[in-house]
Unconditional design. Structure first.
Length: 165
């Protein structure tokens, strides 16, 4: 067999030199490239873990407790809050009488992680729920089905920022 002849691998669909079809699986250059790629991927993974690349854009990993929030999430959350939540919870989270709870001083929210608040917002709370103290339904997604999970996370960031004011 001529080692300079090019053949097409039936499994990979790409051109390779005939000498690459050795019994041990490939040329020393191919093996060295594979080892280098594995080392590079390992280094990137370790670097990401050490640099905090796993933290969410909302400040901390979602399963942790109340987070510090970033200003972009707060700004996006404020816009969504003002178009949906304001009707019952007021402009500054102060609550509308007979409708929503005061979010700016809520012990309920203080005791939940961002992920738990997100889950609560996804399902809401019916008026017959024993934990409902207003007798008014908190509809899923505040009654706005167009809100995405990311929108709700931003709203959580905005509500958390009300405590800092």
């Amino acid at each position: 067999m001529n080692p300079t002849r090019i053949c097409y691998s039936q499994t990979a669909g790409r051109a390779r030199g005939a000498s690459a079809h050795r019994a041990h699986g490939g040329t020393p250059q191919v093996v060295a490239a594979a080892v280098g790629l594995v080392a590079l991927l390992a280094a990137v993974t370790v670097w990401g873990a050490l640099s905090g690349a796993g933290a969410s854009k909302y400040g901390t990993p979602a399963d942790s407790g109340p987070s510090s929030v970033n200003s972009q999430a707060v700004a996006r959350g404020k816009a969504s809050y003002m178009s949906t939540c304001i009707a019952c919870h007021g402009e500054h989270g102060e609550a509308r009488p007979g409708l929503g709870k005061d979010l700016s001083r809520s012990e309920f929210l203080d005791g939940l992680s961002d992920e738990e608040v997100l889950k609560f917002l996804m399902v809401g709370r019916g008026p017959s729920d024993p934990l409902n103290t207003t007798g008014v339904q908190m509809p899923p997604k505040g009654g706005n089905p167009a809100l995405s999970s990311d929108d709700l996370k931003d709203i959580v960031a905005f509500v958390r920022s009300l405590k800092q004011q």
